[in-house]
Ligand binder design. Sequence first.
Ligand code: FAD
Length: 633
Amino acid sequence: MKQKYQIAVIGGGHAGCEAALASARMGVDTVLLTLSKKSIGVMSCNPCIGGVGKGQLVKEIDALGGEMGINADYTGIQFRRLNTRKGSAVQSSRCQSDKRLYAERMHKIVEDQARLTVLEGEVKGLVEEGGQIRAVTVESAGTLHTFHVECAIITSGTFMRGVMHCGDSLSEGGRVGEKNSVGLSDDLARLGFPLLRLKTGTPPRLFAGSLDVSKLSEQWGDSPPQKFSFSETNIPLPQIACHLTFTNEETHRVIAKNLDRSPLYSGKIQGIGPRYCPSIEDKVVKFPEKPRHQIFLEPEGLDTDWIYPNGVSTSLPQDVQEAFIRTIPGCEKAEFARFGYAVEYDCIDARSLHHTLESKGVKGLYLAGQVNGTSGYEEAGAQGLVAGINAALKVRGEEPMILSRAESYIGVMVDDLVSKGVTEPYRMFTSRSEYRLSLREDNADARLRPIGIRIGLVSKEEGKRFEEKKALIESTLKKMKLFHVKQSEKNDAVLGRAGVPPLFQPESLLKLLKRPEIDFQTIKDLAAPELDLNLPAATAETLEIETKYEGYIKIQAQERERLERLQHTRIPDGFSFKTVDGLSFEVKEKLTHSQPKDLSEAARISGVTPAALTAILASLRGRKRSGSAQATV
Ligand code: FAD
């Protein structure tokens, strides 16, 4: 067996696959070490990719040259655009995946990748010398091997000292049917990483044949489905429906009566769970005023009769799970394919990492995914990609890739993790970004494709397609600026259909598109046919949003530049935020609690608006003038 690789990736989950593919595709000799080859790319919980904020991450992974979006397209069985009635900044894509096919395809891509070796084994330890990672030790089939490496990327997910809970029953494991990882977190602690204990959970799985669909409402995806990837992919699988049902007072009564048997409430689980993805026990306790909670019954694939009841994650004992599930309309005779459970695991405090996800203490050692305190496939995949790219760039002797908060949700997430750390599993939301009008799904390629092309992760053909799309947008904008619509019977009718009165004077197509009532289809109807405005739907969408929101996007860009100029303005230790005029009580409390060191840190605290920053700045300047602080303003 070969004993030397440039990069070792530990773990074959969502982070590990992206990390290993990125580094191998960037020309670096890589080994992927994982507990079980069978579980490469496995979806531990929900059979779904994307969602609000998460869809943006998938698009960004794709724009940089990652695999998640492509895999989602080829294995998706229901695609939906969420929040379509809200502004474009918060619209996100989600697809339900065929769980088996998703993992199988990802496994094949990883196995077939040139310069990437996949080996089964448990990484037991890390060898560090002089502050630099030198090797990893792996136990495989009872034998200990040492692999010498220049960099190592740990993506061990929920496996480090993983313990699973279901009622009173407690067993060791990282995921149902899979052993946990012992030794790695001790080794990380030995190397100086602070550790935390977190928790997540999953619902039971039900057999489709045991559900009464006549009592359920059907939910179809979008038609036609919109794919994730900017690359040449398609959606080959048939699209299917989910069903919707609700819990009720009886469900809540059964849960409340048995709370003392929940390891969450009996004190058995110490790890902190995800606030934004609570268990059904938590929902019943924390929202007693809610008479019902929504449950999506999602098929796990095309050729399985397992149903994932999205919304009832639980670690209650099996008999209680049966009792409460059977109170739900359509589930009265539900048969269980698997019971829900919770898992507690070790993760590290990500403040011990640089923005490249490299350890501050051990050079060449990177960490990505759930092990950094996040939750979710998309968050894991995005970090894996960042770590894989940066480790490969390091091996190639090139400058690292650091994505800023202003250019990507990935940048927002990494910055949040490494500067603030976490106290509960971190998941992405659009509200985490200060610049979300600029960080949309549709323009993820404009923001990040050039980086993917530069580092060699995006193929030449895809690079060319991207340049062509850019050129098409530019030439269309030019045409729309030059073409003026005049008043005519036909144009009055087209405008009338959009609810716009006839024009008094000619107006350019570009100006007309800025009007809220007018969409790109109306522009096409108003344009002369020889103008040829037949754009692919995704290109037309970007052009429409950029035109309509140009003013807001410019203001956001100016605001960003202003804040970037000011970000190094230091806030002296002990500065009293309570004395700053113009701050709300809540913001004063948050600032006092967090004690940000400079204005950029203050800006990242939720609720701290640009206006609040201006107020803090004015106060700092006032103090400096009066000599009451040594603020470096
Ligand atoms: P994982 O997908 O966990 O992969 C870790 C990989 O590391 C595995 O391949 C494992 O074999 C390998 N590994 C670990 N230790 C070693 C070692 N020492 N040597 C070699 N290989 C090793 N996310 C949500 O968004 N919503 C949810 O509701 C949700 N519920 C969940 C419920 C459960 C029970 C579980 C287990 C997870 C849940 N998740 C949920 C989390 C989601 O599965 C993870 O966020 C995601 O899979 C993390 O990806 P990852 O690559 O970081 O780790």
